[in-house]
Design a protein around this ligand. Structure first.
Ligand code: ZN
Length: 503
């Protein structure tokens, strides 16, 4: 009896304490949510740039019509198309070709040099690639407008390279040509470096690598580099976030490695099979690799990204998102389970190809798989091999690295060029937030690491996720309404990044 009585008494006390605690927590949470907002800063205003948008659109269309398709086998590249592209640039940008020094590197990479007024300052560079990926055979007719038409329907410019990345290259050229028309002179030297083979992954002799070597040989260290990468994305989720823009600036990129793993067996006639064939053994290798993924890690940029999104949410949503800083382990657990998110937190393992016997009645003597790894910064190609040896139980495997590109380093977000970039973005889009992130694909920028620390991967085009999905795909197209803001960004970038201005 008394126990119950006491129990009841304590229950009551506990309930009151719990309610009081919850109340305090809710009140604390409400306050936290109210304070969980973007940092207020006056970014100042800036004059509009004078841009001839129609001319730029014509140039983007024209550039897309030239089939500068790269190929891992150089003998299959039609370099006449690249010559045509160079001629097209010459005709479209007379002042650039009058003022800047042009060098052709390797077969078709272009390096333009614009002398600055202050030789004491380190030069800056803006990168692009001229090449595009081919159209997958049999999909030509799936396009709404032909893939190399550059057709402008008043809303979009259609064609291969419309987003990756003739849009970017042409807008850089438009910006520089316009600045030259205005008589602008940069303080720093400005380089424009346009590679010819970015789409050929992990190429040992890429145009970008050769251009970096030229910088290195000439003893030139660069103050900043801007290349393709992030974009301007609208964030609109009813009730959660409204009218905000996410500006992704790539501060690093993952590595790329293709590894062939083989197992051997006696082979022979399929009428007398052993318990496990070479294919059975390689199947175990696949299972071991897939069951033992790389360790995941929530890097600071991921927390920053979530926190950035969280702070820009509506108040009801912020009651939840304000707790993001305390939910890191949970976020990591959830991200690991979702492939598009998992690639942000760990080195990915994708078994993509397999080979066995050449005939149905022959036992394979060799069976192999090709695995594509995308390494997180900090994981090297040597680490991959160690990982394979560790997780695969079969110790009689052979490992061959077919292609490799190490992950990049992280570029700093507290550098002058990053601050300047953020300021330009905020002035252009006051309702935006700039989020540093990790680029999943590769860019030419990574080759320049030996000559530059401040490498930022950003294409200042406002596109939807659906449009982005058309990159390297059918119906690649550029929304024309974003062209003016892109050229504006590049003009301001040249003006300010070439000066000593800080934000
Ligand atoms: Zn690209």
């Amino acid at each position: 009896m008394s126990k119950n009585k006491n129990g009841g008494f304590f229950m009551k006390k506990r309930t009151i304490a719990a309610l009081a605690g919850a109340g305090a927590l809710t009140a604390a949470n409400a306050v936290r949510a109210a304070m969980f907002v973007p940092e207020k800063k006056d970014w100042g205003t800036v004059e509009d740039e004078k841009i001839n948008v129609d001319k730029a659109l014509e140039h983007i269309s024209g550039a897309i019509q030239i089939k500068t398709i790269s190929n891992p086998d150089k003998s299959k590249v039609d370099f006449k198309e690249f010559e045509k592209f160079h001629k097209f640039l010459e005709e479209s940008y007379p002042l650039i070709h009058k003022t800047m020094k042009k060098e052709v590197v390797n077969e078709a990479s272009l390096m333009y040099y614009w002398k600055g007024t202050n030789p004491d300052l380190e030069p800056m560079a803006m990168l692009s690639h001229q090449d595009v990926v081919p159209i997958e055979e049999g999909t030509e007719d799936d396009w709404t407008h032909p893939a190399f038409s550059g057709y402008n329907d008043g809303e979009f410019i259609w064609g291969r390279g419309a987003l990756d990345m003739k849009n970017h290259l042409i807008c850089v050229m438009e910006a520089v040509e316009t600045l030259l028309e205005e008589g602008f002179q940069p303080e720093r030297d400005v380089y424009l470096c346009f590679g010819q083979d970015e789409e050929v992954v992990a190429s040992e002799e890429s145009g970008a690598r050769s251009m970096m070597e030229i910088f290195r040989q000439r003893g030139i260290h660069l103050d900043s580099i801007v290349d393709e990468g992030g974009a301007v994305l609208d964030l609109d989720i009813p009730g959660v976030i409204k009218g905000k823009k996410l500006i992704g600036v790539g501060i690093a990129e993952k590595g790329y490695t293709d590894v062939k793993i083989s197992v051997h067996s006696n082979g022979g006639h399929s009428s007398q099979p052993p318990k496990h064939s070479a294919i059975g053994k390689i199947a175990d290798v696949v299972k071991d690799l897939e069951n033992h993924q790389f360790k995941s890690e929530l890097m600071p940029f991921v927390s920053e990204l979530f926190s950035g999104i969280g702070r820009n949410c509506t108040y009801p949503a912020r009651l939840i998102t304000c707790n993001i800083p305390f939910m890191k382990p949970l976020i990591k657990q959830i991200m690991k389970q979702i492939p598009p998110a998992a690639c942000l937190v760990r080195t990915t393992t994708a078994v993509t190809m397999t080979e066995g016997s050449p005939a149905a009645n022959v036992l394979a003597q060799n069976a192999n798989i090709t695995v594509n790894f995308r390494q997180m910064p900090g994981t090297t190609v040597a680490d991959l091999e160690k990982h394979i040896r560790k997780v695969v139980r079969n110790k009689n495997i052979s490992i061959e690295i077919l292609k490799q590109k190490e992950a990049s380093k992280f570029s700093p977000t507290d550098s002058r060029p990053f601050r300047v970039m953020e300021k330009i973005c905020k002035q252009q889009n006051p309702d935006s937030f700039v989020a540093p992130y990790l680029v999943m694909g590769g860019t030419d920028a990574c080759y320049y690491e030996p000559v530059c620390e401040n490498i930022y991967r950003y294409s200042p085009f406002n596109v939807t996720v659906e449009e982005l999905r058309c990159t390297h795909n059918t119906n690649e197209r550029l929304p024309i309404k974003t062209v003016e803001e892109a050229i504006t960004f590049f003009m301001r970038w040249v003006r300010r990044a070439s000066s000593q201005e800080d934000a």
